[in-house]
Design a protein around this ligand. Structure first.
Ligand SMILES: *Cc1c(COP(=O)(O)O)cnc(C)c1O
Length: 428
């Protein structure tokens, strides 16, 4: 399987002779064994197999395998949500007294996790800007307790494209783990591991599911990071007493990270994806490649309309030649597809934003993004309303920012809806 399109459809579940063609939903918390010795070996991680769905389950396993193939990775773990994936992903390497470095332009939920919740556990987060000082800021902030650097491929909702290769270079130099949230771009458009990321995380709630049916998250392990002999990660090189002294880097080599994430943190925290959600997400990915093409072409048309509209102060869409991220989008994104997310500043601020949202017919006001249906949101009064003016600015959000999640409906209808709502937004 060479083409990403074929992998979307066929990777993962492989039925044997006479088995169901479609991935079955293993709606079972538990699995049966003939002897206590076999069960014991599973608990000791001497053998791999299923025994309790909090740790793994065949339906989840098939989804994990599909994503592993799509990313060109070594392993994956499904989680109950994107936030669960990011939380478990960070805890796998960081604890009290450690720090992580993140771009400041990230999803609001992640911003809160890093800025408020992780510090309560003794993990400090250092936010840096994605500008011309990126490399020097990274260099300045990395110390011997820095456990990972975090970025979103396409920042939600700031719409900046991260310079993956540049960040990866600094991480490699300091032997620090590089984690990328690729939620808005998906493996149908960009595979961050190829550009130097070590770990990729997803909210599968968005484009992977694609239909706003099921919450979920994924952690993907590229398997290229060398934890062995790396003094930055003693937990990977010293015995784990909860597993009779097993040493992750030595015993699991290129699967050290994802194994630790599962057998330690998923075991203890239990934020597992439900089998039904894994089934729906797996089915969603079967059309991911087609949907991302349509989301991207529709969104580009919307961005062009907005760019030419007198009711609009500015537009951010990396696929527009005028956009500051266009060069990076061309480099990192297949065919310069930039997903369905578009943001713009509406003339008239909060009031015009409100009129615009009310006038839309096809676009619904929902907290969700990245599904087949077009939707609209005003972050300053919804997802990001807990942030103060300064934090909003740090996240790259202005008061007049409107976020569109352009769906896969017909382009003509989408453009007509936007145009009539823009007109009404400017009336007194
Ligand atoms: C939605 C989102 C998340 C959080 O995912 P949930 O599935 O809602 O927990 C994380 N990162 C990005 C970029 C997102 O858009």
């Amino acid at each position: 399987m060479k083409s990403i399109d074929t992998k979307c459809v066929q990777a993962g579940y492989k039925p044997k002779n006479g088995e169901p063609r479609v991935l079955p939903i293993y709606q079972s918390t538990t699995f049966k064994y003939d002897t206590p010795e076999e069960m014991g070996d599973l608990f000791d991680l001497k053998k791999s197999g299923y025994f309790y769905t909090r740790l793994s389950n065949p339906t989840l396993g098939a989804l994990e395998e599909k994503m592993t193939v799509l990313e060109g990775a070594k392993g994956a773990m499904a989680c109950s949500s994107g936030m669960a994936a990011i939380t478990l992903g960070v805890l796998t390497v960081a604890g009290q007294g450690d720090n992580v470095i993140s771009l400041s332009t990230i999803y609001g939920g992640t911003f809160n996790l890093f800025g408020v919740t992780l510090p309560k556990l003794g993990i400090e987060c250092r936010f840096i800007k994605h500008d011309e000082n990126l490399v020097s800021e990274l260099e300045k902030n990395i110390d011997d307790r820095t456990k990972l650097v975090f970025a979103e491929t396409l920042a939600n909702p700031a719409m900046d494209v991260a310079d993956l290769e540049k960040i990866a270079e600094v991480c490699k130099k300091h032997k620090v783990l590089f984690m990328v949230d690729n939620t808005l771009i998906t493996p149908a458009i960009c595979r961050p591991i190829k550009w130097g990321a070590d770990i990729v995380v997803y909210s599968s709630t968005k484009y992977l599911d694609g239909h706003a049916c099921s919450l979920g998250g994924l952690i993907i392990d590229g398997g290229n990071f060398d934890f062995q002999n790396n003094p930055r990660y003693p937990d990977f090189n010293t015995p784990d007493n909860s597993y009779h002294g097993m040493v992750y880097a030595k015993d699991f080599k290129d699967l050290a990270y994802i194994t630790k994430a599962r057998v330690q943190y998923m075991r203890d925290i239990g934020a597992q994806m439900a089998p039904m959600n894994a089934f729906l997400t797996n089915m969603g990915i079967e059309t991911l490649h087609l949907r991302m093409q349509r989301h991207s072409s529709n969104a580009l048309a919307v961005a062009r309309l907005l760019h030419n509209s007198p009711a609009v102060e500015w537009v951010r869409y990396a696929g527009l030649e005028e956009d500051k991220s266009f060069g990076l989008a061309k480099k990192y994104f297949d065919k310069c597809m930039c997903s369905g997310m578009v943001t713009f500043g509406i003339k008239g601020g909060r009031e015009a934003a409100s009129k615009f949202q009310k006038a839309l017919k096809l676009f619904n006001i929902v907290t969700h993004i990245a599904d087949a249906r077009s939707s609209v949101l005003h972050p300053a009064t919804s997802t990001h309303r807990q942030l103060n003016a300064k934090q909003l600015e740090e996240c790259g959000i202005s008061e007049n920012l409107v976020r569109l999640s352009v769906g896969i409906e017909g382009e003509e209808d989408i453009l007509e809806d936007i145009q009539q709502a823009l007109d009404k937004s400017q009336r007194r």
